[in-house]
Design a protein around this ligand. Structure first.
Ligand code: MLC
Ligand code: AMP
Length: 477
């Protein structure tokens, strides 16, 4: 019996994974998991070892992620677009014994000191040491803070099982559902909720490695489908749908449309509702806690609500001194329950800052809770965290990357409201030699990651500073 993916215990001939023209039945998936575990063991990889998986656009990548999770290896998902600065940090911090890739040649030599191996593409009969849903780590997911390099959040198998079961109840998610999403597989949204969620429910996943409204329309089709996306995708879908009756029909055919990872603007929600007659439902989560709240399918919810806490999880609001707020008042959202992570890898200091002795995890998000338990997100404590297209980016990491450019002497980075991306990354730099803004955008994209690149770079003669010499970002033009 597999505690995470019960469908692997008695697999049938239903298609459970589809990527492009490639698809796989549950039986084939179970056989691939057996072969995967044997191949890793033959290479001397032991249960609990850290194994990198490059999230290349391939059905085989989905298989490797499921197989690692099902058979007891700890996955470090690796974005193939990460630059050398971040990859070097991930390798040094998580120390994977090897990395797996659908196309090893494309990533050869990119992870310093870590051998890259091809995925096992054939299946095998037999039994494997299936994982139990315990508090042992299942995933190491890298997430940005305001400063410094991303931290590796250790996510337990039991947290994933608990959270996905809560979401299944909230969304009436069953083996009859096919999840469609075009999200990256190296974050909670695409990997845990999208891929693991679809298979834990015993249903199917149709993954689109690239977001394009036309591809979404084709994939939604007539099946009982659930569509998961970030607000930027809903914004682009609402624009495309106004020109495309086929897209409107596809969105109408979906059983549920779910948004998360950033706030869904009311403007886009209303536009989609006018076009399709359907309301997108929101859920709210973090890398460290998985999904905390969700709007329930079939139940009324007020505009702007991210839903009520997932069953079995406690949610409370706290003031600046971490005392519970009075009913109705705004406060920092904290959550407690089996969903909360094990801590940051190698960072007890950072873990202690967010997780208290009583098990409360402080999210840094500011919210309110109404009399029916509906949560609204109203802001964030740290202004130096930017949510761009649903990706969390620390202003400090972009500033650090900019300062590594030979022409940049000083840098200050902020998030500015953006109708498409939610927030766009805007950089102000003082330079020591002339440089094109585009060259600086490309420099950050190449060194850190393309989604961390500034969308605007302004060259200024000086940065506004206070008497202590500290940059005052609120005084930037
Ligand atoms: C552009 N590109 C560059 C570049 N400029 N590459 C290198 N150098 C440059 N200077 C490339 C990009 O890599 C990308 O390639 C393409 O050009 C488009 O750029 P982009 O900015 O990445 O794409 P964009 O269209 O802006 O993407 C929008 C988006 C994306 C919505 C598709 O932001 C996205 O996928 N967001 C999902 C984020 C997510 O999953 N977050 C979940 C976090 S978990 P290519 O090949 O990719 O097209 C979490 C918890 C929770 O928050 O609650 O869920
Ligand atoms: P990450 O660290 O990338 O997992 O991002 C987590 C952050 O995304 C949370 O702390 C929130 O700020 C934000 N977030 C996730 N879902 C929502 C939502 N539905 N509405 C508003 N913000 C969200």
């Amino acid at each position: 019996m597999n505690a995470l993916f019960p469908l692997l215990a008695s697999p049938d001939d239903r298609v459970v994974l589809r990527v492009g023209e490639a698809s796989l039945t549950a039986k084939e998936l179970a056989r691939r998991c057996v072969a995967h575990a044997r191949a890793l063991e033959a290479r001397g990889v032991t249960q609990g070892a850290h194994v990198g998986v490059w999230t290349q656009a391939s059905l085989d990548t989905c298989v490797a992620l499921i197989a690692n999770a099902a058979t007891g290896f700890v996955t470090v998902p690796l974005d193939p677009k990460l630059g050398p600065r971040e990859l070097g940090h991930v390798a040094a911090d998580s120390r994977p014994v090897l990395s797996l890739a659908a196309d090893p040649a494309a990533v050869a030599g990119r992870l310093p000191g870590v051998p890259v191996a091809p995925l096992t593409l054939e299946g095998a009969d037999g039994s494997v040491p299936w994982r139990t849903a315990d508090r042992a780590p299942l995933l190491i997911l890298y997430t940005s803070g305001t400063t410094g390099l991303p931290k590796g959040a250790l996510i337990a198998a039991s947290s994933v099982a608990f959270d996905l079961d809560g979401l299944a109840r909230a969304w009436r998610w069953t083996h009859e559902d096919t999840v469609v999403h075009a999200l990256p597989l190296f974050h909670v949204h695409g990997l845990v909720v999208g891929l693991f969620g679809a298979l834990r429910a015993g249903g199917a996943l149709h993954w689109l490695p690239r977001f394009e409204p036309g591809l979404v329309a084709e994939a939604l089709g007539a099946r009982r489908s659930m569509f998961f996306a970030v607000p930027t995708m809903y914004h682009r879908l609402s624009e495309a749908a106004s020109q495309s009756p086929a897209l409107v029909a596809a969105l109408q055919s979906a059983r549920v449309l779910v948004s998360g990872s950033a706030a869904l603007p009311q403007r886009d929600q209303l536009r989609l509702e006018q076009l399709t007659g359907k309301r997108v439902i929101e859920r709210y989560g973090l890398t460290e806690t998985l999904i905390n709240t969700a709007v329930r399918v079939g139940a009324p919810f007020p505009p702007g609500s991210v839903g009520r806490p997932v069953d079995g999880l406690e949610l409370k609001l706290f003031d600046d001194d971490r005392r519970p707020t009075l009913p109705g008042a705004m406060g920092e959202i904290a959550v407690r329950g089996p969903n909360v992570f094990l801590g940051y890898l190698n960072r007890p200091d950072a873990t202690a800052a967010v997780l208290d002795a009583e098990g409360w995890f402080f999210t840094g998000d500011l919210g309110t809770v109404d009399g029916d338990g509906h949560v609204r997100i109203v802001g964030r404590r740290a202004t130096d965290l930017i949510k761009c297209g649903g990706y969390k980016v620390g202003a400090g990491e972009v500033e650090a990357a900019l300062l590594e450019h030979p022409s940049v002497r000083e840098a200050a980075v902020v998030g500015r409201p953006d109708a498409d991306l939610g927030e766009r990354i805007v950089a102000f730099v003082v330079v020591s030699a002339p440089v094109e803004p585009k060259a600086l955008e490309d420099h950050v994209a190449a060194l850190a990651s393309p989604h961390k690149r500034p969308r605007e770079v302004h060259v200024v003669t000086e940065l506004p500073r206070n008497a202590m010499g500290k940059v005052v970002k609120s005084r930037l033009p």
